[in-house]
Design a protein around this ligand. Structure first.
Ligand code: CA2
Length: 148
């Protein structure tokens, strides 16, 4: 009953830099809040962060083998990585792309996501709270209960 939550490059700095864009909540805070919310729903969360593209690909594959669902914030790899796109395409489990910021309201280069065509849903612009929204939505997808 484990769901994977994978975070990409520079997200380890969350809370320390650019709070006007990304907020003051740290990634550790988010991990703890997700673990608590998941426990209430009878699930476990495997929460990870890496600055390395290949490791993110390895973890996406691991999520497919061991997890019931996946939330991924690929950071800047969102806008560059065909490798992550390909890895996600191969996953048979429900998967959600998550961004803290509204990537459509920022620089033009952030509007293109290589990840979006390979996932079931995209959540962006809700800040740290988006992770909890994504967990709720992911559980609905896993349980095939989209409403109520
Ligand atoms: O909004 C998001 O969640 C992003 O995935 C964050 C990425 C960015 O490249 C994407 O376009 C949108 C950047 C993560 C960097 O995180 C930082 C956190 C604190 C301070 C500096 C960077």
């Amino acid at each position: 009953m484990t769901v994977f939550v994978l975070n990409g490059p520079n997200l380890n700095l969350l809370g320390a830099r650019e709070p006007e864009i990304y907020g003051r909540t740290t990634l550790e805070d988010i991990g703890k809040a997700l673990a608590a919310a998941a426990a209430k729903a009878g699930r476990k969360v495997e929460f990870r962060q890496t600055n390395h593209e290949g490791l993110l690909v390895d973890w996406v594959q691991e999520a497919g083998a061991k997890g019931k669902g996946l939330i991924i914030n690929p950071g800047a790899y969102t806008h560059t990585s065909i490798a992550i796109h390909d890895a996600l395409k191969m996953l048979a489990i429900p998967k959600i792309e998550l961004h803290l910021s509204n990537i459509h309201a920022r620089e033009a280069f952030r509007r293109l996501s290589y990840v979006s065509p390979a996932v079931d849903a995209v959540i962006c612009g809700l800040g740290a709270a988006g992770y909890l929204t994504a967990l709720d939505a992911l559980i609905r997808l896993i349980d095939k209960k989209p409403f109520a």
